[in-house]
Ligand binder design. Sequence first.
Ligand code: NAD
Length: 301
Amino acid sequence: MSRTGLEASGVTIGGARILDGKAVAAEVRAGVRARAQALIARGVQPGLAVVLVGEDPASQVYVRNKDKAAQEAGFSVRTLKLPAQTAQAELERVVRELNADRSVHGVLVQLPLPRGLDSERIVRALDPAKDVDGLHPENVAALVMGDARGLAPCTPAGCIELCDRAGVSLAGKRVTVVGRSLLVGKPLAFLALARDATVTVCHSKTSDLPAVCREADVLVAAVGRPELVRGSWIKPGAVVIDVGINRLDGGGLAGDVAFAEARAVAGWLTPVPGGVGPMTIAMLLSNTVLAAERAAGVSRA
Ligand code: NAD
């Protein structure tokens, strides 16, 4: 969303303006749909294959949402559901088949995989050009090297896109990322570095985490602990991006940031739900259309 668009949408609660991931994701998805139409006009329909192994309820919801979003973007979508007992060799064979299928431009194996399956080996089996989750070592290397020819992981890429479209520049800012996972924390740190931020990465062994967080102009929480980040940890006016999705025992979702406290202090704040979550799916679509454009030889990126 353009800066003025976001301001016009005008969601201000307490002190913080809301970084409306749902609205920004809708903008990204509209752009993806237009690019898909342009490809279709050239005879290439972007194709996404989603592989779901086992019956994990959260994974089933994620896969359903991805499938629906990809169809709405005009992609052809193939969802392959395999039993939890699927052998490693069989799953690798499925991945290799999708690698070889020219109608498929993006392959996503929903993680986590059931016990007994080695997800690292599965990710390595993916064709890096079709690895729309951005987890293959070649894509990780591209990210670290600042090489734009890779595919970046969707959730951290979504955080950056959210800042971009709100007109929040990261250049020269102190960006603090809480969490160092391969999926979110680490790649986000490299994406922020590529935007000329000064980056600090915190984790479970960081001493005096609240004090480190208070130095951040942009604070990203990607931990998986409900409301870990308190209002008193936030520098007044900071941009706060809450990646956490925590299912509460009594039902409902909570982020990693204490929203009510944070909104009184922060300058910008993402809600949960409706913040980073929708951006993750939007960036998956964006990576897939980019992979299709590259395969068709019409991409400038
Ligand atoms: P993870 O468990 O792989 O990593 C968590 C990180 O937090 C680790 O690096 C760990 O060192 C750090 N950590 C744990 N306890 C800590 C503490 N007390 N203080 C500081 N750091 C601590 O999790 P992940 O895959 O990175 O996911 C993080 C959160 O983001 C989860 O809630 C997950 O559900 C959510 N998530 C959301 C999306 C989305 O689309 N919005 C996508 C992926 C993950």
